[in-house]
Design a protein around this ligand. Structure first.
Ligand SMILES: NC(=O)c1ccc[n+]([C@@H]2O[C@H](COP(=O)([O-])OP(=O)(O)OC[C@H]3O[C@@H](n4cnc5c(N)ncnc54)[C@H](O)[C@@H]3O)[C@@H](O)[C@H]2O)c1
Length: 427
């Protein structure tokens, strides 16, 4: 049984007053969420429902949590990134007890998966009725967990962290090795009542499609990302503001006159490229899709392969949702103090593992989430947020107004999942 009096974990609960004041400011800037609260307040569409969320625990997410809670849901929450929590937001939610929150800025990977499991586990040991996911980690934890429970039951087999490449996945496999033998029914039990999930981001949607194709998705899944009022606003205009905020808070560098390469010219890349252009930087775009590349040309950007400009660029931003975009071979050719940041969902757009393994490399922490990596020849590059999304690691993510669009879609998706008349099929 859980200790109900202490059923949350945040960095510092005394930050709650600051968090509450910022939440109150955000509510005024989030008219969609507040109107949805008002519209459905009599109906209470989530009465008796348990909702678990894995989505950056920011001030704006606090407004989402309190919207779900005000419409009847019992909510548990964690962050979907180790660096993205605003500790004052987490404290305000924990203090008001509008959700049980397990999140703080600067989680270890083991703590990350622990928080995800806590957010999935309700006090009686049951799981949620629905999930709000951002990037797919909470959903994957359940689906992979059930797979490994089955193997453990049949052959006592447990996952081998060395069989996977990414640090996050290795840590998840290690975590399964601890928790599956303790309770080999856990992930089946936590998944049992899940009616559906609503997915926030492009990368999470790609992961769901892969599961669906393999017939491994046992839940209804709603693609919130592809709502026009999400991806054409949050990904584009949200990143347009928060990419600059992240780079500036991390480095205070002058942008005018700098050469910037934006890798990926989808919704996020379009916002980033425009933002640097508006700051009078010289902007280049690397893109594999011919239509997007042509769009970049039509906007006046020079489309280049990274190899042809790597030595001249001052600031590199990856925004592809793909992996292996900037390799160590690229990094070692970069000019001294080139800034390298990723705004895509996962850190593997940059080869951070390769950089860490580079013979003789030295890491100098300038401040949390800003590091200078020095090569043996003495030249260095500045990596933002350890390769994780820089606008949430080095800054506070998108402003409230644009998140109101995204999160109104999330609330409506959740209402639709719980609508007794909806006829969605699993998977
Ligand atoms: N940090 C944030 O706040 C935030 C917000 C929204 C989305 N995201 C994430 O950002 C990423 C991009 O999202 P999006 O909505 O722009 O996706 P998108 O699919 O619209 O755009 C990605 C673009 O990258 C291009 N691309 C893919 N591989 C490439 C390669 N090897 N070289 C050059 N270009 C390549 C694609 O052709 C595409 O045009 C995703 O991981 C998404 O989850 C982050």
């Amino acid at each position: 049984m859980e200790d109900l009096n202490n059923d949350f974990k945040v960095k510092d609960i005394s930050l709650h007053e600051w968090g509450r004041k910022e939440i109150e400011l955000a509510e005024v800037e989030m008219p969609g969420c507040m109107a949805t609260r008002e519209k459905y307040k009599e109906q209470q569409p989530f009465a008796g429902k348990k909702i678990s969320g894995s989505l950056h625990m920011t001030i704006q997410t606090a407004v989402l949590i309190e919207s779900l809670n005000s419409l009847g849901a019992e909510v548990r929450w964690c962050s979907c990134n180790i660096y993205s929590t605003q500790d004052q937001a987490a404290a305000a939610i924990a203090k008001a007890d509008t959700g049980k929150v397990f999140a703080w800025k600067g989680l270890t990977l083991n703590e990350y998966w622990w928080c995800t499991l806590k957010a999935l586990t309700f006090p009686d040991g049951s799981g949620p009725d629905s999930i709000v996911d951002d990037g797919g980690d909470m959903t994957i934890m359940l689906i992979e967990g059930m797979k490994w429970e089955k193997k453990y039951k049949e052959k006592q087999e447990l996952p081998d962290p060395e069989s996977v490449t990414g640090d996050d996945e290795k840590a998840l496999y290690q975590f399964y090795r601890e928790v599956i033998p303790q309770d080999p029914e856990r992930f089946h039990r936590l998944s049992k009542n899940v009616k559906g999930i609503s997915e926030e981001t492009t990368t999470g949607v790609h992961r769901l499609y892969q599961l669906s194709k393999k017939k491994l998705l046992p839940f209804v899944a709603i693609n919130v990302n592809d709502s026009v009022t999400k991806s054409k606003f949050d990904n584009l205009y949200g990143c347009r503001q928060s990419v600059i905020d992240g780079v500036i808070r991390a480095t205070d560098v002058m942008l005018a006159g700098k050469k910037v390469l934006v890798c990926g010219y989808g919704d996020v890349g379009k916002g980033c490229a425009q933002a640097f252009k508006d700051n009078h930087a010289v902007v280049y775009v690397a893109e594999v899709d011919p239509i997007c590349a042509l769009q970049a040309c039509m906007e006046g950007f020079q489309v280049k392969r990274i190899e042809t400009v790597v030595q001249d660029i001052d600031i590199f931003i990856t925004a592809t949702g793909n992996k292996g975009i900037i390799s160590v071979a690229h990094m070692e050719k970069m000019k001294n103090n080139a800034i390298v940041g990723n705004i895509g969902h996962f850190d593997n757009e940059l080869d951070m593992a390769g950089l860490k393994a580079y013979p003789g490399i030295k890491r100098i922490e300038i401040k949390p989430q800003t590091d200078r990596w020095v090569f043996p020849d003495g030249h260095g590059i500045i990596i933002l947020a350890d390769g994780r999304l820089l606008n949430l690691g080095c800054s506070t993510g998108h402003p409230s107004f644009v998140m109101s669009n995204s999160f109104t879609n999330q609330i409506l998706a959740q209402i639709s999942i719980h609508d007794p008349n909806s006829t969605y099929q699993n998977g």
